[in-house]
Design a binder for this molecule. Structure first.
Ligand code: 13P
Ligand code: ZN
Length: 269
């Protein structure tokens, strides 16, 4: 079958990075059924022929006004689609959309009329902000890691930076590879504009945010890096939970050890 990816190696590479991450999410046990979603801004890989492609879907409202992403293009996981299927066939389980000139509507342009994820408002609001703020970030990832969601069910972990400091202190690499830590978004209805706005607010300070009793949302320059930030936090959560299962609260690295590491890796304080 003809695909928009044919003859476009750079676009193909970006979409297959998403497929690689989708496979990791499934293997991690973070992607039950259709759980989680991914979008990446692919406008840099769009040529004039793609710009001429007609819509293959109806015009749909985003539900938000997002002027910075007008005429931008995104690869999006399809709503109801499984990560394990996307890993094998990204263009049957996701699609490329064009945001229209009004910044408020979009159409699907390739390869199939797969409707984008129900979390599109959160994803596109964040992409709009990347462009407004001159950020180099272009990837957004939402997933359901068991360990971090379990921790979000206890109020003691939900105070600002409590969980960040616990997770950073479990293993030195966590602060090195997730240097801003983990923001907290109180429970909101999935797919809602309220969730989107609350997520954006936390992303001013963090690259990864915990959606209480639901999952995490991460952003980075590309989708592999966004995945890695969640992966290191999840590893730390597992060390904490394994220690608790052995009957003790883990000691954690000391303040001195954390400080030494912060200086050695040149990390933000
Ligand atoms: P979608 O299948 O619509 O992407 O939804 C999955 C999900 O995790 C919602 O939060
Ligand atoms: Zn979800």
């Amino acid at each position: 079958m003809s695909s928009i990816l044919n003859g476009r190696p750079d676009l193909n590479k970006k979409v297959y990075e998403v497929a690689e991450v989708a496979g990791c999410l499934w293997q991690k046990g973070w992607a039950e059924r259709n759980g989680g979603n991914i979008t990446i801004n692919v406008t840099d890989y769009v040529d004039d022929n793609i710009r001429q492609l007609p819509a293959i879907s109806e015009i749909k409202a985003i539900g938000l006004n997002l002027p910075a992403i007008r005429n931008n293009y995104f690869y999006c996981k399809g709503t109801g689609k499984r990560m394990r299927d996307l890993a094998k066939d990204p263009m049957a389980n996701g699609s490329i959309i064009r945001v229209l000139d009004d910044g408020a509507h979009y159409v699907v342009i390739a390869d199939n009329p797969v409707q984008p994820t129900s979390e599109l408002p959160s994803h596109l609001l964040v992409h709009n902000w990347f462009i407004e703020s001159g950020s180099t970030y272009s990837a957004t990832l939402h997933t359901h890691p068991i360990d971090l969601i379990a921790m979000s069910h206890h109020a003691s972990f939900l105070q600002k930076d409590v969980l960040t400091n616990i997770l950073w202190s479990m293993i030195p690499e966590t602060k090195a590879f997730c240097p801003k830590g983990l923001g907290i978004v109180p429970y909101c209805l999935p797919g809602s504009n309220e969730l989107a706005q609350a997520t954006l607010k936390e992303l001013n300070d963090y690259d990864v945010v915990l959606w209480e009793k639901h999952g995490v949302f991460a952003v980075d320059t590309d989708i592999i890096n966004a995945f890695d930030q969640i992966d290191v936090l999840s590893k730390s959560a597992q060390i904490y939970i394994a220690s608790k299962n052995m009957g003790y609260t883990p000691e954690g690295m000391s303040m001195e050890q954390m400080h030494e590491m912060t200086i050695a890796f040149n990390l933000p304080k």
